[in-house]
Design a protein. Structure first.
Length: 179
C-alpha cells in the first residue's frame, strides 16, 4: 500500500468508491431540501467535507451511509439557519424524511440489482430489443424498420418483455423479503 496521494493508494480507492455514489447522494439531499440551488450547495459542501474527512472513513463501513451522515449534518445546519430567517420544514420532519429517503434508496438499489439480473435472464432477442429501444434510445419506429417488422409488433414485443421483467423483479424481491 503506497502513500496517501500515490496512484492506487487510499485516496484513489476513496475516490473510486465515491464517484458512483454521487448521483444517489445528490438525490438524497434533494429529497431533504425544497430548493434545487440549496441541494446543489449542500451536495458540494458534503463532497468537500467527505474529502477533508476521508482519513476518518473506515473502509469496512458502508460509504454511502457515511456520506449520508455528512450530508444530513449539513442539511441540519442549513435548516437551523433557514429556520431563523424564513419558513422551512421543522427539523424533526427533516430527520424523518432523511430516514425515509435512505429506506427508499435501499429499495431502489435492490430493485435495480434485481432488474439487472432479470435482464441477464432474457432471451438474446428480447434483450437486444430492450437495449435498442431503451439503451440506445432509438425510436420504436426506427427499430421496427431496422428489424423489418411492424411498429405495432415491436410495441407488443416490448410490452411482453416489460411484463416478464416486472414479474421477474417482483419475484426476486419477494424471495428476498423486500417486495
Amino acid at each position: 500500500m503506497g502513500p496517501p496521494g500515490a496512484p492506487g493508494g487510499p485516496d484513489d480507492r476513496f475516490v473510486t468508491g465515491l464517484i458512483p455514489l454521487q448521483t444517489r447522494l445528490f438525490r438524497y439531499i434533494a429529497g431533504l431540501v425544497p430548493a434545487r440551488a440549496d441541494a446543489e450547495d449542500l451536495f458540494q459542501k458534503s463532497m468537500l467535507t467527505a474529502w477533508q474527512e476521508r482519513g476518518r472513513y473506515a473502509p469496512d463501513r458502508d460509504l454511502f451511509a457515511w456520506l449520508c451522515g455528512i450530508a444530513r449534518n449539513h442539511v441540519r445546519h442549513h435548516v437551523r439557519a433557514a429556520y431563523r430567517t424564513r419558513a422551512v420544514l421543522d427539523p424533526e420532519v427533516i430527520e424523518q424524511l432523511a430516514d425515509r429517503l435512505l429506506e427508499e434508496d435501499d429499495y431502489f438499489q435492490r430493485r435495480q440489482a434485481a432488474l439487472t439480473e432479470c435482464l441477464d435472464l432474457l432471451p438474446d432477442k428480447s434483450r437486444a430489443l430492450v437495449e435498442r429501444v431503451y439503451g440506445a434510445e432509438q425510436a420504436v419506429k426506427d427499430v421496427a424498420r431496422q428489424l423489418g417488422a411492424g411498429v405495432e409488433g415491436v410495441y407488443k414485443a416490448l410490452q411482453r418483455v416489460r411484463a416478464a421483467l416486472h414479474d421477474c423483479v417482483t419475484a426476486r424481491l419477494d424471495r428476498e423479503g423486500g417486495g
